[in-house]
Design a protein around this ligand. Structure first.
Ligand code: NDP
Length: 330
């Protein structure tokens, strides 16, 4: 396993990590969840990602039970939660969501209880909150760190401008600013990681815990020729994900990449994952899996990275034809 500092922090995170969105407490049983976490941990994965909204809190409950049962040393793994959406649902009070002080503090307490841990290693603002001043969020995160309830705080899907505003406020008041961001990054979604954050990586520094490295499974090639049963895109209520994921332009790219992966002597999932890790600004890539066989395959990603020579990366770019252009170089 390879490890990397999380941005400019001293925290060493495994370059691949494991998350529970749509799976724990929802798509898979608790025994499979335990098997997956065990395989991950036994192979050197030291970061487990979660959020209050995942299965409306149930995902954190399942993960907390597993952490307790396994009895792994608390200093051997990193666990996260994210706040913003609350627990979802129609009856959610307006005070139970967002990045205001009340919700961030309460969501942290609730995550600690569900995960059965004394502190969260990483605590993310799951989305920007246009209705809360960033100053209030920065102060709250700083105070949670001072109280020992969280160790590092970060953002998810914030713009570069919002991240820099948080840094400016932190600097102004001598507070601890954000360490990491959790953006989507994969062969089909490249802008934030390859263009938008490029200055932040060089200046204040930014650890990244990238999500959906396989674009929810589309980059495995499993949707190339139809729609298999027993996948997340069949989950009720996820029609939005199905519609956005299965755009013909995406599928066309993946069909061509699947042929190329075979020429290279690897598989489409491993090509998609190894391509993400070629980006040095990726601190850790969060894997998702609904079956142990998927995780076992994905753990072989480090074997494929040497195949990705400059020439191969260029060929992939030609097939993808979606390389984002930095406006500074137009
Ligand atoms: P991926 O894009 O890698 O999708 C994972 C899914 O792809 C699996 O559950 C499985 O789906 C399929 N799959 C994975 N490997 C294989 C394989 N080898 N062969 C065939 N199918 C495979 O990641 P996720 O979308 O799950 O995201 C990873 C993590 O990122 C989440 O758990 C969460 O922690 C985080 N995340 C954060 C978000 C944010 O807003 N901050 C948003 C989304 C995710 P199937 O069951 O369909 O077969």
């Amino acid at each position: 396993m390879e490890y990397k500092n999380l941005g400019k922090s001293g925290l060493k995170v495994s370059r691949i990590s494991f998350g529970s969105w749509l799976t724990f407490g929802k798509q898979i049983g608790d025994t499979t969840a335990e098997d997956l976490m065990t395989i991950a941990y036994d192979n050197g994965i030291n970061f487990f990602d979660n959020a209050e909204i995942y299965a409306r809190g149930q995902s954190e409950i399942v993960m907390g039970e597993i952490l307790k049962k396994k009895g792994w040393r608390r200093d051997s793994y990193i666990v996260s939660s994210k706040a913003f959406f609350g627990l979802g649902g129609k009856d959610l009070p307006i005070t139970a969501k967002g990045l205001n002080r009340k919700h961030l503090v309460e969501a942290c307490e609730q995550a600690l209880q569900r995960l059965q841990v004394d502190y969260l290693d990483l605590y993310f603002c799951h989305r920007p909150d246009k209705e809360t001043p960033i100053e209030e969020t920065v102060w709250t995160m700083h105070n949670l760190i001072q109280q020992g309830k969280i160790l590092y705080w970060g953002t998810s899907e914030w713009s570069a401008q919002e991240i820099m505003e948080a840094h400016m406020i932190a600097k102004q008041y001598n507070l601890i600013g954000p360490t990491m961001e959790q953006p989507q990054y994969n062969m089909l979604h490249r802008d934030k990681m390859e263009v938008e954050y490029s200055q932040i990586f060089k200046t204040v520094g930014l650890g990244t815990t990238i999500w959906s490295p396989l674009a929810s499974g589309v980059l495995t090639g499993k949707y190339n020729d139809g729609f298999p049963k027993d996948t997340r895109l069949n989950i009720e209520g996820l029609e939005w994900l199905k519609d956005t994921s299965l755009a013909e332009a995406h599928l066309e790219r993946v069909r061509n990449l699947t042929s190329f992966s075979q020429e290279l002597g690897t598989t489409m999932p491993l090509l998609g994952l190894s391509w993400c890790l070629k980006n040095d600004n990726v601190s850790t890539m969060i894997l998702g899996a609904s079956k142990t066989s998927q995780l076992e395959e994905n753990l072989k990603v480090f074997d494929v990275i040497p195949l990705l020579t400059d020439e191969v990366m260029e060929k992939i770019d030609t097939i993808l034809n979606n390389k984002p252009v930095d406006p500074a170089f137009l």
